[in-house]
Ligand binder design. Structure first.
Ligand SMILES: [Mn+2]
Length: 235
């Protein structure tokens, strides 16, 4: 049972146009393709321990910017948007999941959330640092780029030395949290993947694996780790 935090957005479908708890279906497909049971988790106030006890793994999904106040960043003047309801729910969820030893796969915003929750900081607007928009994606879509993985890392073992990835982000890791190590980089030096150094299963990618149906290697590893976690918890 793999938890997937949802967005909350004004959503239009059929005759309806109203606030909805939504998630790109590609996340559901990704988890299901790897044999996991997707469990959608809308923000509803503080995260609850009894929820985390019913999960075997967690995929931290993409979405809005992390509130810069959480890492001492600028409070105004940065392009983008934040979602305080998601921050409240997902920072708590991440903390509970870490405490429970749950395997975690963090995607885009999820990687950024993990880094901030563990004490790191973010670059609030990456084009200001790298001088180009190659990570920014397009309106409603992605740009593709190649990233190089660090030999010996979990990401390198799973995905190989070089990965063609889908990017859509304007923030990135600045100072890395102490328990994380960078395990993939773009050509401009942007950190594109991280993982924990404490033996736990915590893998984060700045790119969007849910957008690549041809490559399910990372999510399969998460679901395998979740299956092991489930069996050990129940034994
Ligand atoms: Mn990128």
């Amino acid at each position: 049972m793999i938890g997937l935090p949802t967005y909350v957005e004004q959503t239009r479908f059929n005759a309806w146009d109203l606030p909805c708890a939504v998630l790109p279906h590609s996340y559901v497909d990704m988890v299901a393709a790897a044999g996991g049971i997707p469990v959608l988790l809308p923000p509803a106030g503080a995260a609850r321990p009894e929820l985390v006890r019913r999960l075997d793994g967690l995929v931290l999904t993409g979405g809005a910017d992390i509130d810069p106040a959480r890492y001492g960043g600028p409070s105004a003047g940065i392009p983008g948007y934040t979602r305080p309801d998601r921050d409240e729910s997902e920072f708590g969820l991440f903390e509970l999941a870490r405490a429970a030893g749950l395997p975690i796969f963090a995607v885009c915003r999820g990687l950024q959330l993990a880094n901030v929750a563990l004490g790191g900081t973010l670059i609030p607007h990456l084009p200001d640092v790298v001088g180009h928009e190659e990570h920014s994606g397009v309106e409603g879509g992605f740009t593709t780029t190649r990233v190089l993985t660090i030999a010996g890392s979990r990401v390198a073992r799973l995905a190989g030395p070089e990965v063609k990835v889908h990017c859509h982000h304007h923030q990135a890791v600045d100072r890395l949290a102490g328990v994380l190590t960078a395990t993939a980089y773009a050509a401009d030096g942007t950190i594109e993947a991280v993982e924990s150094v404490d033996g736990s299963f915590l893998v984060g990618v700045q790119w969007h694996p849910e957008a690549d149906a041809a490559d399910r290697r990372l999510i399969r590893a998460l679901v395998e780790a979740a299956d092991t976690y489930r069996r050990e918890r129940n034994s």
